[in-house]
Unconditional design. Sequence first.
Length: 381
Amino acid sequence: MNLDDFGAFLSRIAPDAPRRERERVLLHTELAELRELGFGALRVPAERGGHPIPLEQLFAHLIRLSAADASLGHIQRGHIAFVESLRAQGADAPQHWYERLLAGDFVGNAQSERQDTARLETRIAREGDAVLLTGTKYYTTGSIYADWIHLAALDGDERVAVTVTAHHPGVQSVDDWDGFGQPLTGSGTTSFERVPVEPGDIAEPTTDASRWHLLGSVFQLSLLAVIAGIAQRALDDTVAFVRPRRRTFGFAGETLPREDPLVQLVVGELSVAASTARRLVLSLAAELGAAADRGAGADELQAIQLEVFRLQEQVPRIVLEATTRLFEVGGASAVGTGFALDRHWRNVRTIASHNPVIQRTRAVGQYELNGTLPEWKAPGA
């Protein structure tokens, strides 16, 4: 990916991001251009035809992308994890998937179902030589834009991972995500009605614990990178709001807000939050990438996942605090819908609810008290 072209793309799409959110204009055009730039193939191994960059660098690009448009950054999450899953398979990864990635294909994610229990209802059925998938998913981030969708399903009584084309008539993604943040991620309903499955694209659950810890960290660091990008955009938008203003709120007469110590304090807090979030995410991404590249074992990768859990408490908290305080720079004028400064808090709050922070923090406390490294399961399960 040419970095100059990437920078020009970000500069072009960033100014219109508030309008796209306000008018709910889905990101088909922007994602198509990003695919043309080769963003989705940045981690394809050299021996498979790619020009891979370090994981830390990928997350640095993701932070920049999320600063330009938080939803556009967020929808990369499932695709990034899919690529890292292929890399973790080493020589066993099918070459046709790398060829699809190099051609610009985009992979969405559809794991969850909107029901009272965690039981899967999406199923694989066999009719003669045909293998067919039927079911309904929700929180299907990125799937409305996808060429392929990676999801969980039941094959008989066994939970499996399966990847199917998004272009079959039996696949329908609906933009019915009703969250107050991240409105353009396509995180709504995707249904599958007798969708053909290639038998080779059904993967039984891996018993390789190291792969679970690696992918768990990748999934969560992707969200934290989006939050770091939002923090940077919140800083940029706040500075752009303050600099041209000629009157400090609350006082008559002309007093430049940019020279007001209280305004400077709030902007300083935003700057600290953005820098801290970025550095924390990239530091851990570098550690994770190095561990994965040298084939680290399950224990080391689980220890890194514990650090990701710690970041899941810290990064959202500091950015939520800063994006709440930013309104202090302008009084009532700062809450205008035209500036849309409120979207930063809403977007971070939505992401922080995606995998609830409080559960991760509790898992860290359990480790400190009992020495039990975190696993993704309900307390007492």
